[in-house]
Design a protein around this ligand. Structure first.
Ligand code: ZN
Length: 209
């Protein structure tokens, strides 16, 4: 039996795209393929456009969540455009990207805010990256996740087969449902906060006793 990587429920084959099989969870609706190659994906598509248009908004959101003197980590930072932008704004920002030799180590810890921008859809069971992030964060710290969701396809009446986010050639192996991501995050020690919108989700690291 194929199990959902988010909630562990029974999942069935749902669609095939470019010879890659995707399964969908019968309980939470998360769509997943299992691990796909990601080593050629540093920064992803439209990295420059995505960063120049959106980093100012991201900073505003971050500063609504934590104080300006906080320690920031952009996890899966690509070429570090968000990190560089935050540094120009005098933010104490760091980046990590497994596939970029300039950023493939983390020398700091006790982060107040960690962002994952267009990253989590590239990850697969057991999502050990979230355990690593949890360890790197201060208790009560904020995890900011941008990705797209099966809920978005549903709201827009787009069949999953045609949803642009379901794309194995760019390494998208897990397209969560909102419910599925909340369940997985709870298992990883994070509580959902008021989510910003249907693509930007917020979690708080549970306070350790
Ligand atoms: Zn599920």
């Amino acid at each position: 039996m194929i199990k959902c990587p988010a909630c562990n429920s029974k999942s069935d084959e749902r669609l095939v795209k470019k010879d890659v099989k995707y399964y969908q969870c019968g309980y939470c609706g998360t769509l997943f393929s299992g691990e796909l190659p990601n080593d050629n994906m540093v920064g992803g598509g439209f990295e420059i456009e995505r960063n120049t248009q959106q980093n100012e908004d991201r900073l505003k959101r971050f500063l609504d969540l934590v104080s300006r003197d906080s320690k920031f980590l952009d996890y899966g930072c690509g070429h570090g455009m968000l990190v560089d932008y935050l540094k120009t704004k005098k933010i104490n920002a760091f980046g990590y990207d497994r596939y970029n030799p300039d950023y493939n180590f983390i020398a700091e810890h006790e982060f107040n805010l960690v962002s994952m921008v267009e990253v989590i859809e590239h990850l697969s069971h057991p999502f050990s990256e979230l355990d690593q992030i949890n360890i790197l964060m201060k208790s009560g710290g904020i995890l900011y996740i941008e990705t797209s969701f099966v809920d978005v396809a549903k709201e827009e009446n787009i069949p999953l087969q045609d949803f642009f986010y379901v794309e194995p050639s760019v390494g998208h192996s897990t397209i969560f449902s909102h419910k599925g991501l909340d369940i997985l995050m709870a298992k990883k020690g994070f509580t959902p906060l008021n989510h910003i919108n249907r693509n930007v989700r917020l979690y708080k690291k549970a306070t350790s006793n």
